[in-house]
Ligand binder design. Structure first.
Ligand code: APR
Ligand code: PHB
Length: 413
């Protein structure tokens, strides 16, 4: 094994590693750490700066399996200290909140609210402690020779050209990354649905007025109550997809949040200064297969879910667990069967998460042009859900996360 050896050849600095990882989001960082725990070398190349990656505000719900994975990897310290374990959630419609007892319905499982940026911070700290390479602010990142035994990642860093020669490349560079688009035309099948709305999200300095999340279906559109800490509330509002955040004053945001979320019993979010606000479009997207030659796609580079089911980060974690297992088997035993199965194993989970996220989205949101029948049908769906233990069990087991496809043990944990 050649680890981190550098030599000068012409103008480019050449590096040799086992797994080259493009992207230092949750997928890339988790994979790097899983490989490290198995003694497999990697180089991570990220085109943004460290602070940008850490400060980027994203979702914050971790499935039970993701929490268990982070703990098994030894990176659950921050999560244990600051994560908020939720054993239930609320669904609100026609002004009434209905609690779904996740723990009771799933034999004790729960979700944990812990910001994705905190997860990323913890993983960067863990990566730094390994002293394995992690390049931030990489420019002109590209991947090549994907069909050859030594695919390559090229980038510029600090004014120098770099080439990382790898056994495998993991494309963990998100939806807008370079890896997926480097796969030749005709290889991938793309499945996509773009929703006719987006989410306006805010972070507010306000004590959460509920210990658990509240998903609200309202005639004016969907709204979601969440949180980040005992002093920070996180809220979302369905808006048109092309809405500009500049068109929403803080007063207008609060008026609309309160209009949609105030329940008949008087429950409503606490109001406070808005610390951050943005609008995100919503889409469902899958490519198959999640592999081309020696390039493996993982996380958002291969699939996007609308955030209503809170599955994005969790799917990324599930992908890299499967990938780490396959790479461990390859390096330890020369076995390739799990590498060959990688895409098939992952996409089965991806499609179940797509289905769940699509159902949550289409049941809770108001679609432009929907008529009174559509609205009544959606209310009936929620009425059935909250009145049926069978229906609530189905939601609960998907919300806390379906069992992982592979054991932690098989991935060396
Ligand atoms: N070169 C190097 N890095 C890149 C490039 C590139 N050309 N393009 C994008 N990146 C980086 C991004 O800056 C980001 O840090 O890849 C990383 C991808 O991270 P994420 O977008 O967070 O995707 P992923 O790690 O798959 O995590 C999935 O994150 O996006 C959320 O909602 C999503 O929760 C889900 C989770
Ligand atoms: C969040 O807290 O950011 C959050 C929670 C639940 C979701 C999406 C986002 O479904």
């Amino acid at each position: 094994m050649i680890v981190g050896v550098q030599r000068q050849m012409g103008e480019a600095t050449n590096l040799r590693t086992q797994v080259g990882i493009v992207g230092a989001g949750p997928a890339g960082l988790l994979l790097g750490q899983l490989l490290h725990l198995n003694g497999i070398d990697s180089v991570i190349v990220e085109n943004r700066g460290r602070d940008y990656v850490i400060d980027r505000v994203r979702a914050g719900v971790l499935e039970q399996g993701t929490v268990d994975l982070l703990n098994a990897m030894g990176v659950g310290g921050g999560l244990g200290r600051a994560g908020l374990r939720h054993e239930g959630l609320h669904v609100s419609f026609e002004g009434r909140r209905h609690r779904i007892n996740l723990a009771d319905l799933t034999g004790g499982k729960a979700i944990t609210v812990y910001g994705q940026n905190e997860v990323v911070r913890d993983l960067i700290d863990a990566r730094t402690a390994t002293t394995r390479p992690l390049y931030f602010d990489a420019e002109c990142v590209s991947v090549g020779a994907l069909d050859s035994p030594t695919p390559v990642i090229r980038f510029q860093h600090g004014g120098t050209d770099h080439e990382v020669h790898c056994d495998f490349i993991a494309g963990c560079d998100g939806f807008h990354g370079v890896c997926r688009s480097s796969i030749p035309d005709g290889v991938l099948t793309v499945y996509e649905r773009v929703y006719p709305f987006g989410w306006l999200g805010i972070l507010a300095e306000a004590t959460p007025s509920s210990d658990e999340l509240v998903y609200t279906c309202h005639e004016r559109g969907f709204a979601l109550f969440s949180m980040r800490s005992p002093t920070i509330t996180r809220l979302y509002l369905q808006v048109p997809p092309d809405e500009s955040i500049d068109d929403w004053s803080d007063e207008a945001i609060w008026a609309e949040m309160l209009e949609r979320m105030t329940a008949r019993d008087g429950w409503r979010p606490n109001v406070g200064p808005i610390l951050q606000k943005s609008v995100t479009p919503m889409r469902s997207f899958v490519v198959e297969p999640m592999r081309h030659g020696r390039l493996f796609l993982a996380g958002d580079s291969a699939h996007i879910v609308p955030p209503t089911g809170a599955k994005g980060l969790n799917l990324a974690a599930a992908d890299v667990l499967v990938l780490a297992r396959a790479m461990k088997a390859h390096y330890e035993r020369g076995a390739t069967a799990w590498l060959d199965e990688y895409s098939d194993v992952c996409v089965r989970r991806v499609w179940k998460a797509q289905r769940f996220s699509w159902w949550m989205t289409s049941t809770l949101h108001r679609f432009p042009g929907e008529n009174a029948f559509d609205h009544r049908r959606r209310i009936a769906d929620l009425d059935y859900l909250t009145g049926s233990r069978a229906a609530m069990t189905s939601l609960a087991e998907q919300y806390v996360g379906l069992p992982m496809e592979v054991s932690f043990d098989s991935a060396g944990l």
